[in-house]
Design a protein around this ligand. Structure first.
Ligand SMILES: [Zn+2]
Length: 327
């Protein structure tokens, strides 16, 4: 999560961070006096909680595993990032916040899922697209949603300059009434809705959600498709609908509906050869000008890293040609 007005935030562990224009714009915002804590050292929150490792697949076939979070934590620790951040612990999300974007039936399913025996877990998972459940799924899902609320709230309140929540299960494919694509609750949508509707005192009226995962953020798009308070930007591999989640609504012509028309932006790559230069071009020529015009009060980033060159999903090389330095 990056508060647009927060000065000084940069990926210090990353010597070749290339989106200089983003930093330039942020410095301009700070110079204009919009930063709440101008002059103060940036405080970056980092939330990690091992309880979210309890959601785990039975076999080795699945690609969304606890190791995904452990690997990120190990890398951040090795680079000295963890000791420079403000450590945060996960919080369980209240059901009413989750039910603000999900059907009650869906919330009930995820709450109760871990009480089922293993054959029931498998049987239930088969009803959905690319989902698994385990004994730890219920708690992990409520913690993931609560964690994103927690970091978003602290940044919105000005207690932190920015913050990162390492959470799983992930969220951007989860729809109003169903889990999907390893995602149980739509964590970023729950947090956005919390800021907009539960905490008017924080003054967050406009939210930009940026989703750079290699897959389209279908669930997030649908949840705010008619809502002009949320500008959703997703850059993803599309292949004319032949790439997961195989829906036409990942195309660039889906721009929002009713008063939300113009507040949904898809940048769909048509093949797997897109890489750093394409991403920088999309950022410089699409995202940043639009973000500047929209002038969000906070930015929520759905930071999937599977567009990186060499990432294998299922049995094929599903990634794009993104270099890790470009992130
Ligand atoms: Zn993905």
């Amino acid at each position: 999560l990056i508060r647009l007005a927060a000065p000084g935030f940069r990926f210090r562990f990353h010597p070749e961070f290339r989106l200089r224009s983003l930093l330039r714009r942020r410095r301009m915002a700070a110079a204009a006096g919009t930063a709440r804590q101008a002059g103060a050292a940036p405080r970056v929150g980092l939330l990690y909680d091992q309880r979210m490792l309890a959601h785990a697949p039975a076999g080795k076939k699945e690609k969304e595993t606890p190791e995904r979070l452990r690997a990120i934590w190990r890398k951040l620790a090795a680079e000295g990032v963890t000791s420079r951040c403000v450590g945060m612990r996960a919080k369980v999300a209240k059901e009413k916040y989750i039910a603000s974007v999900h059907a009650r039936k869906h919330v009930d399913l995820i709450r109760k899922i871990s009480s089922k025996d293993s054959s029931d877990l498998k049987k239930t998972a088969k009803k959905f697209d690319s989902v698994y459940f385990s004994k730890g799924s219920s708690e992990s899902a409520f913690l993931a949603a609560g964690s994103v609320i927690e970091v978003a709230e602290k940044v919105a309140a000005g207690e932190l300059s920015s913050a990162i929540a390492l959470v799983r299960p992930p969220g951007h494919h989860a729809e109003h009434s169903k889990p999907m694509g390893f995602c149980l609750f739509n964590n970023v949508a729950i947090a956005a809705n919390y800021l907009l509707n539960e905490r008017p005192d924080l003054g967050i009226n406009k939210i930009l959600i940026v989703d750079w995962d290699v897959h389209h953020g279908n669930g997030t798009q649908n949840m705010f498709y008619s809502d002009p308070r949320v500008l959703f930007f997703s850059v993803h591999r599309y292949d004319y609908g032949r790439f997961y989640p195989y829906e036409a609504d990942a195309s660039h012509v889906f721009i929002g509906d009713e008063t939300g028309r113009g507040y949904n932006i898809n940048v769909p790559w048509e093949h797997a050869k897109c890489g750093d230069a394409d991403y920088v071009a999309a950022w410089d020529h699409v995202l940043l000008p639009v973000a500047e015009a929209f002038d969000p009060d906070i930015i929520l980033l759905s930071a999937g890293f599977d567009a990186e060159h060499g990432v294998i999903i299922w049995v094929i090389a599903a990634s794009l040609q993104m270099d890790m330095h470009c992130y």
